[in-house]
Design a protein around this ligand. Structure first.
Ligand code: OOG
Ligand code: NI
Length: 487
């Protein structure tokens, strides 16, 4: 009998699409960005027509690109993170990697909920970067007290959301109707709520301590603060923003432009200023107006996932480049280094990072998927009697190698993105704390997975899967031509 439940992948797609529609109406900038990204992606794909195989732009990728988004939210207390983990699990999204943002002066730590299997990622690679406030890093004891007290009172989930999560866990899934209900109620948690949880003077006090604390504690819900489409050419999108009257403000985070994109390049745009209403019993309608900046636009370009050796090289070159950029900034006497200068310095340092797929693979700097090429399917006799190294089979076009996309985030870029959108951080003092991964996992109610281990497993599985399929191909031909050896 077929299952009465819809697949977690389908629930994720419903959720992501509902969120995207909601965000489009809430933040018009998002709709404009998506339109521009779609245009640039279509052009990039057209330009690379016929160059299949090695490129990241496989056909599958093109399908996934149209829906690919990542969002971000910030929650205040452990129980909120815990319920989010249960909610996302129903959509086959699991916590991958631990991000300690205290090193960047931010009183939060984070993970990203995302699909983890290649099939799931192909269907819809939706991810949510999720931060949890670290009360222990708030310097001011009064602000810490307010934070604790206000967060204790708030409930960011609808009763129905929690009931449906519990139901799904006990019955092993959700019917399509139940899944739609879940998505509808869950949207309430993610949407913008302009009625603040706290009074104006409390908001001001929180904001004075740290605008991130105000953004997390002063509201009734953890409004999704951006929803990012993925582009194939971030430089082109950046260059064409003025055409669409979108103000591009910040430098591109991450590595420079390359023939073979690596990791993640991102750029974000100044958050919109929005009215918020504080409760105030002294005025006639019980509310006073104020303003808050929380929601912003962002785009990203994803490249190949790097091995630990590749990451080490990346970090070393980035550190060298940042040192040079710091010297440039000094000469500018406080004026920010512009994007062109930054990219030039990065390009120079990244000459030392191999930029062909062959070399990245040979030096084991990046992860690849090994697939049997269609040539091998059509000409099984090519495999008979062979005992050849994998590199020869790749050279002969029998095995095709494809880069594995980096599905995670970069701590330094994430920190930069927080900073560029929090406005002026008047008083950026937080306690020095160091990572608290165990406390984070205790709140989550699960261990965070290791992104690197996932890429490694994916590479290995593709290799064993491919070898197995070649063996059975050879076996099928025994008797037709006589096979002496199988690898
Ligand atoms: C999250 C910032 C991190 C990214 O793309 O690195 C992020 C936030 O501002 O809440 O989304
Ligand atoms: Ni982001």
């Amino acid at each position: 009998m077929s299952s009465p439940f819809i697949s977690p992948d389908a629930i994720r797609s419903l959720f992501c699409s509902a969120l995207s529609s909601m965000y489009r109406t809430e933040v018009p900038l998002y709709g404009d960005l998506v339109q521009l990204v779609d245009e640039v992606n279509a052009e990039a794909i057209a330009k690379h027509d016929g160059f299949e195989g090695e490129e990241l732009k496989r056909e599958m990728e093109e399908n996934r690109l149209k829906v690919e988004r990542h969002g971000a939210i910030r929650v205040g207390k452990p129980s909120e993170l815990h319920t989010l983990r249960r909610l996302f699990a129903l959509m086959a999204m699991h916590p991958v990697n631990y991000y300690d943002l205290s090193i960047a002066g931010l009183p939060v730590h984070a993970t990203a909920f995302r699909p983890i299997t290649p099939d799931s990622l192909t269907i819809n690679p939706f991810r949510v970067f999720t931060s949890l406030l670290r009360e222990d890093l708030i310097e001011d004891s009064r602000v810490r007290e307010i934070t604790r007290e206000r967060l204790a009172q708030r409930e960011i989930f609808q009763r129905e959301t929690v009931e449906l999560i519990t139901k799904a866990e006990s019955q092993g899934g959700l019917t399509e109707a139940e899944a739609k209900e879940l998505v509808r109620f869950a949207m309430e948690t993610f949407r913008w709520q302009s009625d603040a949880l706290v009074e104006k003077d409390v908001y001001d006090e929180l904001k004075d301590a740290h605008s991130l604390v105000a953004d997390i504690v002063a509201f009734k819900g953890p409004h999704i603060n951006h929803l990012t489409p993925r582009t194939l050419d971030i430089d082109a999108v950046q260059a064409r923003m003025p055409e669409k009257h979108i103000e591009s403000k910040h430098v591109i985070e991450g590595p420079p432009n390359r023939q073979c994109p690596i990791l993640l390049r991102q750029t974000s745009f100044q958050a919109v200023q929005e009215p918020i209403y504080f409760p105030d019993p002294r005025v006639a309608d019980g509310k006073v107006v104020g303003f808050h900046r929380a929601r912003f636009g962002e785009i990203e370009q994803r490249g190949v996932a790097l091995t630990p050796a590749g990451l080490e090289l990346y970090q070393r070159l980035m550190a060298d480049a940042e040192r040079e950029l710091a010297a440039v900034a000094k000469e500018l006497a406080g004026r920010p280094v512009d994007n062109a200068t930054r990219q030039g310095v990065l390009q120079k340092h990244f000459q030392a990072f191999p930029d062909t797929w062959e070399e990245l693979r040979a030096r084991q700097l990046a992860y690849f998927r090994y697939v049997r090429s269609t040539r091998a399917t059509r000409r099984p006799s090519m495999l008979e009697g062979t005992s050849q190294p994998i590199d020869t089979l790749i050279d002969q076009g029998i095995i095709r190698v494809e880069p594995i996309v980096y599905e995670d985030f970069l701590p330094a870029s994430a920190a930069g993105i927080f900073h560029s959108n929090l406005g002026d951080l008047k008083n950026l003092t937080i306690r020095q704390g160091g990572p608290e991964k165990e406390a984070f996992e205790a709140a989550l109610g699960a261990k965070v997975m290791d992104g690197n281990a996932l890429y490694q497993a994916q590479q290995l599985e593709s290799m064993t899967g491919m070898l197995e399929s070649m063996r059975s191909n050879v076996r099928a031909n025994v008797g037709k031509g006589g096979v002496q050896s199988v690898f």
